[in-house]
Design a protein around this ligand. Structure first.
Ligand SMILES: Cc1ncc(COP(=O)(O)O)c(C=O)c1O
Ligand SMILES: Nc1c(O)cccc1C(=O)C[C@H](N)C(=O)O
Length: 397
């Protein structure tokens, strides 16, 4: 590979089979947006879809939108669209609440499926909400939480064996971008009869997932990052079909009832994934997500993955070539197959550097301790964008 330069970046862009997809997103002129791992860019089809939903559906059909326009089933229909990206057969994914709410629901449901076990393992360094919720679930059910570094998760499972009810972890580390082996950790858990709950916030839409094939029990995630569902877009929850009949979730709201309009006081969950619904969903936001998902009908996840690995490689090589001696430390694995769609650099002046980048129209973000995160969404990021960032990083150190 020659030393990365603007010319090599432009050549790579000309050869990029996905470059045209950039037109499907509305990005401010002149901005380089590398924060799509936090909030994805606006998909151009979304405003019209939401406008139609408001004016044509809600405005004209009022209460009948739930039946006439099929809105009651939108959580399941859009759930299946997300499920396709998870490697899930239809009928195992539903969208509705935030990742946090879904996580609370399935962590509790999973632990209830292992009533004689007292331990809940949580990935050390995982997203804070996951720790907070695991602690709450543990208080409610009388469990003990253990924080385990991901590299030790499989061996810890072997050591603690049948004491572990549930293990929960993110497939991609939100700080470092490190990608974990979903299949291997799931197998290690199942070897000792433990159930797994994966957090796919930083993985869905960024890489091909194979939840059914990997035998995953439960998974949750958000849709506002690589899926571009919009701020506060509904999260999703996946539950393998084999568990549906036994799921006893704590948030047993009426949308998950077998006969919601029977208006009876006793809860009877609907068969299937619908039981993981809770209350009235934020349907307008869900329809924004529905429109944002259209782009995934026209692209293979293998091509998305191939490009974000190549973008990451290009970034890392450019950092090596142009930022040596500037105080940056790469904290993301160098190997493309060991990282998600984000590269993180540590620097003692991270906050000031990000402020300087922002002034030049470059968006990334900073997470403690001193980590500059750059997300590479294959659908709208170019090699030229990446070279622009590396040049800007050089200018502000
Ligand atoms: C890995 C991870 N899990 C959970 C969350 C929380 O999601 P939510 O705010 O949708 O509950 C986030 C992001 O906010 C996240 O990055
Ligand atoms: N969900 C967010 C929000 O509601 C406001 C601001 C940022 C977020 C994020 O998604 C943060 C993100 N999960 C992270 O990886 O840090």
């Amino acid at each position: 590979m020659p030393t990365p330069s603007r010319e090599t970046a432009e050549r790579l862009d000309r050869a990029d089979p996905l470059i045209a997809l950039r037109e499907r997103f509305s990005l401010p002129e002149g901005m380089v947006y590398l924060d799509g791992n936090s909030l994805g860019a606006l998909s151009v089809g979304v405003p019209a879809a939401v406008q139609t939903a408001i004016v044509e559906n809600w405005g004209r059909h009022l209460i009948n939108v739930w039946t006439e326009d099929g809105w009651w089933d939108v959580p399941l229909r859009v759930g299946d669209r997300v499920g396709r990206l998870l490697g899930a057969q239809a009928g195992q994914t539903v969208v509705g609440d935030s990742t946090s709410v879904h996580l609370f629901n399935v962590l509790t449901a999973a632990a209830r499926l292992r009533p004689d076990r007292r331990l809940l393992l949580v990935e050390e360094g995982g997203f804070p909400t996951n720790h907070y919720l695991a602690a709450s679930v543990a208080r409610i059910l009388g469990l003990e939480v253990r924080r385990v570094p991901m590299p030790d998760m499989a061996s810890t499972l072997r050591r603690l064996g049948e004491r572990v009810a549930v293990v929960t972890a993110g497939a991609v580390d939100f700080r470092t971008g490190e990608l974990w082996d979903v299949c291997a950790v799931t197998d290690a858990a199942h070897d000792v009869g433990t159930l797994v709950v994966w957090d796919l916030c930083h993985a869905v839409g960024a890489l091909p997932l194979t939840l059914d094939a990997d035998g995953v029990d439960f998974a949750v995630g958000c849709s506002y990052k690589f899926l571009s569902g919009g701020p506060g877009a509904p999260g999703f929850v996946y539950a393998a079909r084999r568990h549906h009949g036994d799921i006893d979730q704590p948030l047993s709201g009426w949308h998950g009832h077998a006969e919601p309009f029977a208006m009876v006081p006793d809860y009877e969950p609907t068969p299937g994934i619908g039981r993981l619904r809770v209350g009235s969903p934020n349907i307008l936001s869900m329809l924004a997500l529905d429109a944002a998902l259209d782009v995934f009908d026209d692209v293979e996840m293998t091509a998305v993955r191939e490009k974000n690995v190549a973008l990451g490689d290009f970034f890392i090589e450019a950092v090596d070539a142009h930022l040596a001696g500037c105080g940056f430390e790469l904290v993301t694995p160098r190997r493309g197959d060991r990282r998600g769609s984000q590269v993180t650099l540590r620097h003692p002046e991270a906050e000031g550097i990000m402020r300087a980048l922002n002034k030049q129209g470059i968006m990334g973000d900073v997470r403690p301790p001193g980590l500059l995160r750059f997300g590479f969404n294959s659908l709208y990021i170019s090699y030229t964008d990446i070279f622009t960032v590396v040049e800007a990083l050089r200018s502000c150190t």
